[in-house]
Every structure is written in C-alpha cells, then in structure tokens.
Design a binder for this molecule. Structure first.
Ligand SMILES: Nc1ncnc2c1ncn2[C@@H]1O[C@H](COP(=O)(O)OP(=O)(O)OP(=O)(O)O)[C@@H](O)[C@H]1O
Ligand SMILES: [Mg+2]
Length: 224
C-alpha cells in the first residue's frame, strides 16, 4: 500500500555542558506517496538530525513521526528495529559499508534480519542496475568513492523500503558521478514510488527534485 509521511511539531534539543541546544523547533512535513524532497541548509542547521529522527535512529524531544500509519516512537525496541528494517532505507554520507565483506554481502546484510526470499537474486539485479555486476566479489577498498556509494544505494533498497533517506549521498563525489547517483535516486523514486528525502549541499541536485525545502531556525521552509 502506498504510504504517506507525516511529521508534526518535531523538536530536538541537545543538552551539553554549556546548556541546552535547540536544533529542531516544531518542524512540520507532510509527504504524499511517491514524493521526493531535497533538503538544503547551512552546516549545523539540523539536516542529519532530522533524517536520523525520521529514520528512527534517534528519538525526538517532542513531536510525532508517522510513516505507513505507524509512529516508531510508540513502538517497543524490537518493533522499532523491525520498523527500521522494513520501512526505512538509509544512505549515509560516507557509505558505511563493511570493509571485510564483499559488495554482494554488503547489499544482502539488511535481509539477514528479517525473512527475505531471493535476496541474492535481488541484490544482483540491483547491482546490475547501478553498473556493478562485474564487481560483486570485490571489497569496498577496491572500489572508487562513487562505486561505494552505488553499493550503499543498493543496500538501502534491498528490503524495498517505504522511505529512502539519503544524507548527502553525493557529498564526496565529483560533479558527474554526483549527477549519476542523483539520477539513480530520482529514477528509483519514480519507478518504485518510494518516498525519497535527500539532504544535499548541491543546489544542482536539489533543483532536480520536485520538492525542495531549506532548514531555517529549526523549521523546514519550502520553496513551492
Ligand atoms: N549528540 C549531540 N550533542 C550535542 N549537540 C549535537 C549532537 N549531535 C548534533 N549536535 C549539534 O546539532 C546541530 C545540528 O547537527 P546536524 O548534524 O544535524 O547538522 P547538519 O545540518 O547535518 O550539518 P552538516 O551540513 O554539517 O552535516 C549541530 O550544531 C551539532 O553540533
Ligand atoms: Mg549532516
């Protein structure tokens, strides 16, 4: 069933030795099934914090996140892990691939938690799709930065997530490789109707997204 994302009055404060830092201040965001949103904003404005909260990798100080009818913060720990595994695909800025595993193994890892038939077949299909069919037995250290990021994209997609969260997926790449990764994310979003949120410093990339918002003073301001 196609899913919507609804973020209401999301707040995140960090307590430090010097006092309290208020990073997200009542942020609202609604996305309809299949939508794609790019988020820009200055360093330190809270973009990664927002993705971590939406992906249930961190807990908010206040507010709600509802994805596919569920608020992950109302779930117990094991239900929350299952929610992350089934609903969320996360692409980290620096790929986070396991160095000791091959390309194929890295892509299959998220399927080991739940039951997923044909994981290897699907992993091979995804890797072929991103042009890495010949590299499946290689280790991450044998790949270029753009190739590693493509593996990370496949890993994020292996469980057919409802929502794909990408934190500066093209941050470390040259312009043309960045454009390839950007096209890949947008094509997958259009074809599979996966919700997509992509944080980026690249205005070139942000402009290719149907929706584009900026984090300002702890809120999302959209240029519609
Ligand atoms: N655990 C923490 N404790 C205290 N402050 C934190 C913590 N994690 C993040 N912050 C602060 O929250 C703010 C937002 O961080 P965040 O990583 O979300 O920014 P960002 O917009 O992703 O920046 P960048 O573009 O540099 O990646 C920063 O000022 C950061 O120092
Ligand atoms: Mg960040």
């Amino acid at each position: 069933m196609p899913s919507t994302l609804d973020v209401r009055q999301l707040q995140k404060d960090y307590t430090t030795a010097d006092g309290s830092l208020s990073i997200l201040r009542g942020l609202d965001l609604s996305m309809d099934p299949g939508e794609a949103l790019a988020i820009t904003g200055p360093s330190g404005s809270g973009k990664s914090t927002l993705l971590y909260l939406i992906g249930a990798l961190d807990t908010p100080s206040a507010g709600t996140v509802t994805l596919a009818g569920q608020d992950p913060f109302q779930l117990n720990e094991s239900q929350q892990a299952q929610f992350r595994n089934r609903q969320i695909g996360f692409i980290f800025q620096d790929h986070h691939l396991l160095p000791q595993c091959t390309v194929l193994e890295n892509v299959i890892i998220p399927t080991l938690v739940g039951v997923q038939d044909n994981a290897e077949i699907r992993a091979r299909e995804l890797l072929t799709r991103v042009g890495l069919a010949e590299r499946i037995g290689h280790r991450p250290s044998q790949l270029s930065g753009g190739e590693r990021q493509r593996v990370a994209v496949c890993r994020a997609l292996i469980n057919r997530p409802t929502l794909l969260l990408a934190d500066e997926p093209t941050g470390n790449l040259d312009r043309s490789t960045a454009a390839v990764i950007g096209s890949l994310l947008l094509d997958l979003n259009r074809e599979q109707k996966t919700l997509l949120i992509c944080v980026t410093h690249s205005l070139d990339l942000a402009e290719r997204f149907p929706r584009h918002g900026q984090l300002e003073d702890g809120k999302l301001v959209e240029n519609r």
